[in-house]
Design a protein around this ligand. Sequence first.
Ligand code: SF4
Ligand code: SF4
Length: 448
Amino acid sequence: MKLYSFKGGVHPADRKELSADKAIEPLPVPSQLDVLMSQHIGAVCEPAVEKKQEVKAGDVIGESPAFVSAKIHAPLDGTVKDIALRSHPVLGRVKAVVIDVAQGRQPLEPLEFSGDFDLDGVSGEQIIESIADAGIVGMGGAGFPASVKVTPNPKLPKHTLIVNACECEPYITCDYRLMLEHTPKLITGIMLLKKASGAQRAYIGLEANKPEAAKMITEYLDKKGLSEQIKLVMLETMYPQGGERQLINAVLGKPIKPGVIPPMEGLLVSNVATACAVTEAVVAKKPLTHRVVTVSGGGINSPANLYVPVGTQVSEIIEHCGGLKPETEKLILGGPMMGFSIAELNTPIIKTTGSVLALTKKETHGARSLHETNCLKCGRCLDVCPEGLNPTRIATAVKNGKLELAKDYYISACMECGSCSYVCPAKFEVSGYIKTGKALLSKMAKKG
Ligand code: SF4
Ligand code: SF4
């Protein structure tokens, strides 16, 4: 079978075997949820509830009047205990609605869906309205409000939908389990996204290391007579195959030019969990209040794929998975390449958190540098950079405080995939410097 790919990339050990066979199971009802008001790209939400107010699962508890934003709902029944600052996986401390969860039976199971749905019975506008009402954001990590992304734009009509089913970061298997266990939900979600956006074609880009998922999807598409409408494209197992630009390049066989973003080319990219959430929103009017989270890494006692309410603290998840092994060195939300390490166990998960990883020293070795030395000019980082940049040149410019020079070397085009740091034999923290440079430039731009 021909496998498609992009130029560059790395192939870290994927360690999917730790959790790939773990069926999705619901986390027992947590006693408290810290639902952060910053869960997406765009305007931050303000709490729509007050202290001591009772809330029902699905009630709106945070919203913003801005167009680019997404509503936030109560995942479970309970009482608002507080409105207070809590740790965000990325942004420091942000406002949260703290819910004292009512104990007893709570709707924790993922919605079962057979696939019986009349697509003709719903209009594109109704689909978009349901997506907005459900507060759906891109669940692959970016967190862009889905209703905004899908809404047709006469100036930039969308002709092609590409679903990112790569899950190219090591360890993570939450989307894989959704593909296996909720195939009808995924395919219906793709058809709904296609209809809402006006896209004529749809593709699923899937890495070759997931043959079982390929089988399930192919069989279901055949059974439903949808094989012509949704094409499955098998891709090389390579990181960052799931990067938006790399995925488009691999699936369509043409790179996106620097400075061009997918909507400018008529392209809409979505991910597996997002498509499933769209089905739940349209078919069952279910808001996005839970997600599947992979709990894995050599430091966790019992790896799992858990169905977790948004706002659950990491400590609760780890405890359910048998706790941490003493050799754990680092806790990461997201993948080991692009995720964020956290210092506080009470950090809550948000809509974009696909994994909680507990990594040992041995496992973190390849992704970070302990004893940085000077660049050896070996050129490996140039070979692997999926954006065709010269990483060492940019990083050195930042290290020497020459931010204007870094700009000239196209620092803004870096997708922060970390491939350059991964291959660097000198342990030069290439992507670390680049990230710092980008943050400094963004701060300077905001100041004017
Ligand atoms: S320069 Fe940026 S895009 Fe290129 S490999 Fe390094 S982190 Fe990835
Ligand atoms: S991989 Fe490391 S040592 Fe080699 S050129 Fe890049 S920064 Fe220098």
